[in-house]
Ligand binder design. Structure first.
Ligand code: ASP
Length: 341
């Protein structure tokens, strides 16, 4: 039987960085040297080929153009490979995994994002395990059908649904978590796949890559004492089409008149406002408390248990479509790629 073909897409991040001798600053280096540092890849039971961004980036410089670039690399190579591993900086990895999950419609192959907290050349690096296990996970198949058929993120022995993740630690090797959805697989002595949580949908249509994103959006985190001029200034932003409000608890916000009036007027003018909780886990349930029912009644959209990262991705993605205000609310509140419950 033929070995699975895996394409490794190197975008940048700590995994491929080197410390500059004079300043100690971490900077990306070229991908060929990365492979020299992990000869173990050749021992895997799959064929690994690589493609790299012309100029690898620190993921803090991630933007929609790079997302389109990644999606096009996958599109061009989709028929020739059984799975894809994307090496990416951890800082914005959850955003990229979320965006790619929306961009790739009818996906039936694994796209696994991974990276590391320490560069591959560091003696104590976490890069090798992350990379090798990601490739193994991307190679899993049964009778020619890939086991994983969605956009995932693998880090420190755990495979997560990408659009459910959030970066939780800048220092620990366990840098990610998926607060509202179980892990898809765990790596111990054996690879344990939690089949019941994987997306199993089979599509009649081929892969469609949708790259039209609209970045006219904002994120506003509420805090006690937030001022009217600040909220007004954000809502008055030229061209703003969508705003995510990070509220308290299960979607609660101040009931002060000026706040509700500002939101009501903005919605009436056509702004999509999404309610996402600033809690690490749990869900927005508008109407549970009096402090959220006013939001529901003025037409705020519920983000349910979506992460802010996935909400940013979904908002940019849905704004790229020419749909009515009602359809927009309908699609935002409905899980499209397993990003909400
Ligand atoms: N600043 C780095 C990046 O996101 C951090 C990392 O790779 O983990 O590109």
């Amino acid at each position: 039987m033929r070995k699975p073909n895996i394409l490794l897409i190197y975008t940048g991040g700590t995994i491929g960085m080197l410390k500059e001798a004079d300043t100690g600053v971490l900077k990306a280096f070229d991908f060929d040297s990365l492979l020299v540092r992990i000869p173990e890849i050749r021992l895997l039971d799959c064929v690994v080929e690589t493609v790299s961004f012309g100029e690898p980036i620190d993921s803090s410089n991630m933007n929609p153009e790079y997302w389109e670039n990644m999606a096009r690399i996958i599109e061009i190579n989709y028929e020739d490979y059984d799975g894809f591993v994307v090496l990416h900086g951890s800082d914005t990895m959850s955003y990229s995994a979320s965006v790619l999950s929306f961009m790739l419609e009818n996906l039936e192959k694994p796209i696994i994002f991974t990276g590391s907290q320490l560069p591959i050349g560091d003696l104590r690096t976490d890069a090798k395990e992350n990379l090798i296990t990601s490739i193994q996970l991307a190679s899993l198949h049964k009778e020619g059908i890939p086991t994983i058929r969605e956009v995932c993120l693998y880090f420190e022995y755990k495979l997560y649904r990408g659009n459910r993740t959030t970066k939780i630690n800048a220092e620990h090797f366990e840098a990610f978590d998926s607060p509202n959805y179980p892990t898809l697989a765990e790596s111990g002595v054996h690879l344990k796949i939690n089949h019941e949580f994987l997306i199993k949908e089979e599509f009649k249509e081929k892969l469609i890559v949708r790259t039209q994103l609209d970045t006219n959006i904002g994120v506003l985190k509420l805090f006690p004492g937030i001022s009217e001029p600040l909220v007004k200034a954000i809502l008055d932003t030229n061209g703003l089409k969508g705003l995510i409000i990070e509220t308290y608890g299960s979607g609660n916000a101040t009931t002060e008149k000026w706040f509700v009036d500002l939101l009501r007027k903005a919605i009436a003018k056509g702004l999509h406002i999404i309610n996402v909780t600033q809690c690490f886990g749990g869900s927005v349930i508008m109407g549970k408390y009096a402090t959220s029912s006013q939001l529901k009644s003025i037409g705020v959209i519920s983000g349910k248990d979506i992460t802010t990262e996935a909400a940013v991705a979904k908002l940019m993605y849905l704004l790229g479509y020419n749909i009515s205000f009602e359809e927009f609310q309908f699609y935002f509140e409905k899980p499209l790629r397993g990003e909400m419950t």
